[in-house]
Design a protein around this ligand. Structure first.
Ligand code: ACM
Ligand code: ZN
Length: 730
């Protein structure tokens, strides 16, 4: 409440500036100096550049062609009244100067990357249609005169995408690379192998993709994350990898490939079971996987890894290869005679040092291939000392990031509570929450120096920042990847690029609403729209849009607003506030989640007495919990066809609606994939209420209910299924 008031005050108090074509740049440049006049873009416009920056010239042309009706000439020497791209001496890496005057537009830099970023800034001064999504046929456009002098704060500005849990084909990846480039991001960390899929063709081991890239009933990887019984997966051929690497390089994005070892290796161990310890002691990893850890003592493993990394090193020009190293379950090592013998032989102090021993071996492989090693921050928990070129990705906490910096490693800041864009943006939205709720403002608030650095000299070890997008929950609804990335990735781009002094969240938000959301829309991104905040004061519904310019629509029947729903233009007087729902809209296409008043009960739940039974293993305590709304129970094995969960009412229950849900309370993982619901009425009828859809079914019973049964029709994926107490509405 206070926050909103202050935000509104800040907007109200800001001087009223006439919007200029350079007013709403994201990320905010280092220095913007307004000048007098305008540069007129019209017939006869040219773009000049030397051969060395032909690619940047062609890129700018392709974008400008999206908005102009006339042809644009390409030249190799500057002409009056044109745009010229010039390599000059003496500027820092990636820095540029963009000068717009009434006679010309000049972008100067000492490297092609700097020219490219100058081009990006120029594109942001154009109508958003420059990104190609809408048609525009301008014959004339005026750029306001200005000088932008700009350089990035960090050399590493990244995005990590997990393509193992949810596979994204080449087209998706190329589009993400475009979106990154528009935000001056320059590293794509491609998480290519994890438990749930091996995504890169390795010619020496075709089995890795023939088998390891697929999940489903008869595959080496069991179904996961609600994929059910469809064969699910995919991989990139080496030809495709080269194509992506080239496409990214043209956009000044370096790709850092990751193969996650020695844990998170289910897709590898599934194909080559002999790579795991030869012991049969069950364990479940942090991610709910089994059999996903390599044996450290099997020397043949290092030959296989050498062969794999040899092909990877040849495909990716980056000097770094990321070898994972996170979340290793130690059970198999603790029970493996070979791993134990290795611990003894080298006098290692338990599994953490065994982990380091493995990382040393892999670092050696990487070095022999002429590359440097990168890994998650668990690799530096022990006192191991890797080569000083090795780079650590801090993800677990501020503390783990500090540990990496304290130990002198070059550190990429990808700390979950700021940078994990698979976290929910608000409690009601889809996503994980183990690292917290991560709203836009939280990502924006990341200030690496302030949270990680003890001595000023240490700040040189912070090479940059990176957004992480893990993909367990991204398979549905469609385009959730874009929803999770944007606009939070815009915030992270500004953290990585803009100077500390240039950053201000209120100002950033203002630039988003004023123009950048239109750019995202024109880039074809289904970005997240923030919902309004709604409260009921006893007489009126008070509706606060996320920004004064945002359009909020509403319904009066509890349904989610659509693009044709009426626009809310102020407070609404009502004696039925529970029935109203509100959503923010961007254009006709994008809308926020629907919300009701946050300070009243929107539903009238009843809590009738009942007992719950199952014909599959479920603890007594869990059965008791399931007799209450909000209660949760975990099946003690994978659900199978014929498993039934039965809720029996002590007395017939009259109600308007019953909702059956499943899945882990915060993330929705481990929901029931194959089941229908039936109920019994007081007069003895059994009625089929329908099948669960993504683990949920809501129905209106035809009479007083005495029993509800959830009947499983096929095996479930995941090692457990999470069941819930019924939600029953009056
Ligand atoms: C990680 O999130 N396990 C790096
Ligand atoms: Zn072993």
């Amino acid at each position: 409440m206070k926050k909103i008031f202050l935000a509104m005050l800040a907007i109200a108090a800001a001087p009223v500036l006439l919007a200029r074509t350079y007013s709403n740049l994201v990320p905010q440049p280092l220095k913007v100096t307004p000048a007098e006049g305008v540069f007129v873009m019209e017939k006869g416009l040219s773009i000049s550049a030397s051969d060395a920056i032909e690619s940047e010239q062609a890129y700018l042309l392709r974008h400008l062609e999206n908005v102009f009706a006339f042809d644009i000439d390409l030249r190799d020497v500057p002409v009056y009244n044109g745009i010229s791209l010039k390599i000059v001496d003496g500027m820092a890496a990636e820095a540029y100067r963009l000068s717009v005057s009434s006679s010309q537009v000049v972008i100067e830099a000492s490297d092609a990357a700097g020219i490219f970023y100058g081009v990006q800034t120029l594109l942001q001064m154009m109508p958003p249609a420059v990104y190609g999504q809408t048609d525009m046929e301008l014959t004339r456009y005026e750029l306001d005169a200005v000088v932008v002098e700009d350089a990035p704060r960090y050399g590493y500005r990244g995005t990590m995408l997990d393509v193992s849990r949810t596979f994204y084909d080449v087209d998706h990846v190329l589009r993400l690379i475009d979106w990154m480039a528009y935000h001056k991001l320059n590293r794509f960390h491609w998480h290519l192998a994890d438990d749930n899929g091996w995504r890169i063709e390795i010619r020496k081991y075709p089995q890795l993709t023939e088998k390891g890239a697929w999940r489903g009933d008869d595959e080496v990887s069991p179904a996961a994350y609600g994929q059910g019984h469809d064969r699910y997966g995919g991989y990139y051929t080496q030809k495709e990898i080269r194509e992506v690497v080239k496409y990214a390089a043209e956009r000044h994005i370096e790709i850092i490939p990751e193969i996650d070892l020695p844990g998170h290796s289910r897709s590898l161990v599934g194909v080559f079971p002999e790579m795991a310890c030869p012991v049969d002691v069950p364990y479940i990893s942090a991610n709910g996987e089994t059999d996903n850890v390599l044996c450290v003592a099997r020397m043949e493993n290092y030959k296989i890894l050498t062969n794999i990394f040899k092909e990877i090193a040849a495909l990716f020009p980056s000097e770094y290869i990321h070898i994972g190293g996170d979340e290793v379950d130690h059970t198999s090592w603790n029970n493996c005679p070979h791993c134990q013998a290795l611990i003894k032989k080298y006098g290692l102090d338990g599994p953490q040092e065994l982990h380091s021993w493995f990382v040393y071996e892999v670092e050696d492989i990487i070095h022999k291939l002429g590359k440097k090693m990168a890994g998650w921050d668990e690799i530096v928990i022990s006192d191991a000392r890797y080569d000083s070129s090795s780079m650590v990705y801090a993800w677990r906490s501020v503390k783990s990031g500090r540990m990496s910096v304290d130990k002198g490693y070059r550190t990429v800041v990808q700390i979950g509570e700021y940078c994990y864009l698979d976290m929910k943006q608000s409690p009601a939205e889809r996503g994980h929450s183990w690292a917290g709720i991560v709203p836009l403002s939280k990502t924006y608030s990341l200030e690496p120096d302030e949270i990680l650095v003890g001595a000023p000299a240490d700040s040189a070890l912070i090479v940059g920042v990176q957004a992480g997008l893990w993909a367990e929950l991204l398979a549905w609804p469609p385009r959730l990847m874009e929803y999770q990335l944007f606009p939070r990735l815009c915030a992270l781009a500004e953290v990585g690029w803009s100077s500390k002094d240039a950053r201000n969240f209120g100002d950033f938000e203002q630039r988003l609403y004023a123009e950048h959301f239109s750019r995202l829309y024109n880039m074809g991104i289904a970005f997240r729209v923030a919902p309004p905040e709604v409260t009921f004061d006893g007489q009126e519904l008070q509706v606060r849009p996320p920004h004064p310019s945002a359009v909020v629509r509403y319904t009066m029947d509890g349904s989610a607003p659509v693009a044709s729903s009426p626009v809310c233009r102020g407070a609404i007087v009502t004696d039925n506030p529970e029935a109203f729902r509100f959503a923010t809209f961007f254009g006709d296409g994008l809308s926020s989640i629907a919300v009701g008043a946050s300070n009243i009960d929107l539903y009238h739940y009843i809590e009738p007495e009942m007992t719950v039974e199952s014909n599959f293993p479920l603890s007594e305590n869990n059965l008791k919990a399931l007799a209450r709304r909000g209660g949760v129970g975990y099946s003690q094995r994978v659900l199978q066809e014929g498993d039934v969960l039965t809720y029996t009412m002590t007395a017939p229950v009259e109600c308007s609606r019953i909702t059956v849900t499943s899945g882990a309370p915060s993330s929705g993982m481990f929901y029931v994939t194959d089941a229908y619901v039936e109920y019994v009425t007081a007069d003895g009828q059994t009625v089929n209420a329908g099948e669960l859809y993504h683990g949920t079914l809501s129905f209106e019973p035809c009479g007083p209910v005495t029993q509800v049964r959830v009947v499983m029709t096929d095996s479930n994926d995941g090692y457990t299924a999470v069941l819930h107490g019924l939600s029953i509405e009056k």
